[in-house]
Design a protein around this ligand. Structure first.
Ligand code: COA
Length: 183
């Protein structure tokens, strides 16, 4: 990816309904509220548990801005109608899989196809900057997320057997999806 022409610390991606923007300190309250959701806690296993106010503050004020500033990725707050409705982002993971796209949508924002719209736009963004491919993984049991990946134009390439670590120490299978510039 050629990031030389953009300032990753301020980069915003816009879609018909969404603004995918950098996190702000005032996002703390809604991020904290959203991450209490049992489904987000269950499926987004990289998110700390319990999800405290200190964790939310560190994410919006330090970790997310630093990921951008250090050029490791572009976490975005997903905003619809001026309100934070979810989280998404592109991690510039090295290796054969290409950059990784992830997402969660807050309970108050679900049912509108926002995750697919965000994932689609971020894939376009990364591919437009020269990424040869982008990928996303979803638990094979997460029907909603599998539907999001397909809706976002991703193609399932296979299953990463035992690819996911669960909070209880067990592991599960992940569906691997990708998008190419030619898709
Ligand atoms: C998965 C998630 C991101 C989808 O949010 P959303 O954008 O509001 O999705 P929608 O409710 O608009 O539904 C998207 C699609 O999933 C389908 N869907 C929704 N719930 C479903 C379910 N329980 N099982 C199967 N399909 C489901 C919808 O029918 C829709 O399909 P379509 O695009 O073919 O019409 C959101 O529910 C979420 O954050 N869940 C908890 C955390 C999570 O799963 N994160 C993803 C980890 S990989």
């Amino acid at each position: 990816m050629d990031l030389s022409a953009i300032d990753l610390t301020t980069e915003v991606v816009r879609t018909q309904r969404l603004v995918l923007r950098p996190y702000r300190p005032d996002d703390e309250e809604l991020v904290l509220r959203a991450c209490q959701d049992p489904d987000i806690q269950y499926w987004n296993t990289v998110i700390p548990s319990p999800y405290t106010r200190a964790v939310a503050r560190e994410w919006v004020c330090e970790l997310a801005p630093r990921e951008r500033a250090e050029g490791r990725g572009m976490p975005v707050a997903v905003e619809a109608g001026g309100e934070l409705v979810g989280s998404s982002g592109v991690e510039f993971t090295a290796g054969v899989l290409g950059p990784a796209i992830g997402y969660w949508i807050a309970p108050w924002g679900r049912g509108h196809g926002y995750a697919a719209e965000a994932a689609h736009a971020l894939a376009e963004w990364a591919l437009g900057l020269g990424a040869p491919r982008v990928h996303l993984v979803a638990d094979v049991r997460n029907g909603a997320s599998l539907a999001v990946a397909r809706r976002a134009g991703f193609t399932q390439e296979g299953v990463l057997r035992s690819g996911l670590a669960y909070r209880d120490g067990s592991r599960g299978d992940a569906a691997l999806f990708s998008r190419l510039p030619t898709d």
